[in-house]
Design a protein around this ligand. Structure first.
Ligand code: SAM
Ligand code: SF4
Ligand code: SF4
Length: 336
């Protein structure tokens, strides 16, 4: 197997695949409703990669070292027949893990089929346990009930479940402790995600970030936590365990403690562009290249060239200037 390394000696281990750029939510920090309104133009069907094209690229990436694939979006469960894609991916030799990130609304409908198709884990986003606040954050007035049903459906289907909570100062920081308590009581691993300056539509300001340190201090006043060693090289979440339990809590510290030096993630957009960093402005096209009829070897060479040239370390070098001036792709397009 050819393994590739980038300019900073980082291997290619993970592939995040955005299967769709549309979403049934309009989360303030991701797809603000005033920008992603009724006139917003999403990708037309023929510009999306087909499942066969996704599977072909995924197989090539696995051949180059990818061990984990995560399906995301937009809202990935809006893409028709997603379990069919999962089934195709789960047959790829050498692939160790397939996960999915979702807002959870459509899980009651699809969890069982996804599990049967080979999905192992889901990350479900939930930013508050208060209906009104959650409805305000998701921009669609959807209460917490449908997400709790989604969580239950995933657990009943036998999927591993983690909860993602983006914390934004003054918006949902009052939910840090209630969410911790809820997840601890229900044996769910909660991951607090620092609000990030992805894209250019969410009005990000450093002052809006609640850092891991601040969250950890709040948690420590209430719970006894002990650090947990990373499971593998490049694990993103910094994890702790509630003493005398099997329940972990994690932090994604993209802003306050960057982890670029061990970042092994590549991202494939729904229209077939490769992004080597969440904060890239432009991707490298593979869809049109693939549609010219090239063979696998030619695609392998193109991907190696892209990864070999990678020197991204945006979170290490974030400044007020990069935040204000850098053109960055939107999170809903690339998938987080
Ligand atoms: N729609 C799915 C969901 O919400 O889980 C998958 C796509 S969403 C873009 C992936 C993850 O990115 C979610 O957990 C979401 O909360 C997170 N996210 C979106 N915008 C963010 C931001 N500005 N900062 C930090 N995390 C963000
Ligand atoms: Fe949709 Fe997920 Fe973005 Fe919310 S975070 S708008 S659910 S893509
Ligand atoms: Fe990886 Fe880019 Fe995030 Fe750094 S900023 S961890 S290189 S995605």
């Amino acid at each position: 197997m050819t393994k590739v390394k980038d300019q900073l000696n980082r291997p290619l281990r993970d592939l995040r695949i955005s299967v769709i750029d549309r979403c049934n939510f309009r989360c303030q920090y991701c797809m603000p409703a005033d920008i992603f309104g009724p006139d917003f133009v999403f990708l037309p069907r023929n510009q999306l990669l087909s499942y066969e094209e996704i599977e072909r690229l995924a197989r090539i990436f696995v051949g180059l070292g990818v061990e984990k694939i995560r399906l995301t979006g937009g809202e990935p469960l809006l893409r028709k027949d997603l379990p069919y894609l999962v089934e195709m991916l789960s047959k790829i030799e050498g692939l160790k893990d397939i996960g999915l990130t979702t807002n959870g609304v459509l899980l009651p409908k699809h969890a069982k089929a996804l599990k049967e198709a080979g999905l192992k884990r889901v990350n479900i986003s939930l930013d508050s346990l208060k209906d009104e606040l959650f409805g305000e954050i998701n921009g669609r007035n959807v209460g917490v009930g449908p997400i709790l049903k989604g969580i239950k459906a995933a657990q009943e289907a036998g999927l591993g479940v983690k909860i993602n909570m983006v914390v934004k100062k003054g918006l949902n920081d009052s939910e840090i402790i209630p969410m911790a308590q809820f997840c601890k009581d229900n044996e769910l691993q909660l991951r607090y995600i620092e609000f990030m300056d992805v894209g250019s539509s969410n009005g990000w300001k450093m002052d809006d970030v609640v850092t891991k340190k601040e969250i950890f201090e709040q948690l420590s006043e209430r719970f006894s936590l002990e650090p947990v060693d990373p499971d593998y090289y490049g694990e993103v979440a910094k994890r702790y365990r509630y003493k005398d339990t099997n329940v972990d809590v994690g932090f994604i510290t993209s802003v306050s403690e960057s982890f670029c030096s061990s970042c092994t993630r590549s991202r494939l957009s729904a229209d077939g562009k490769i992004y080597t960093c969440l904060f890239n402005g432009n991707g490298h096209d593979l869809r049109d290249f693939m549609r010219t009829g090239v063979n696998d070897q030619e695609i392998i060479e193109r991907v190696c060239e892209i990864w070999n040239g990678r020197d991204d370390r945006y979170s290490d070098i974030r400044t007020a200037e990069t935040v204000a001036n850098r053109k960055k792709i939107e999170m809903s397009y690339i998938g987080g």
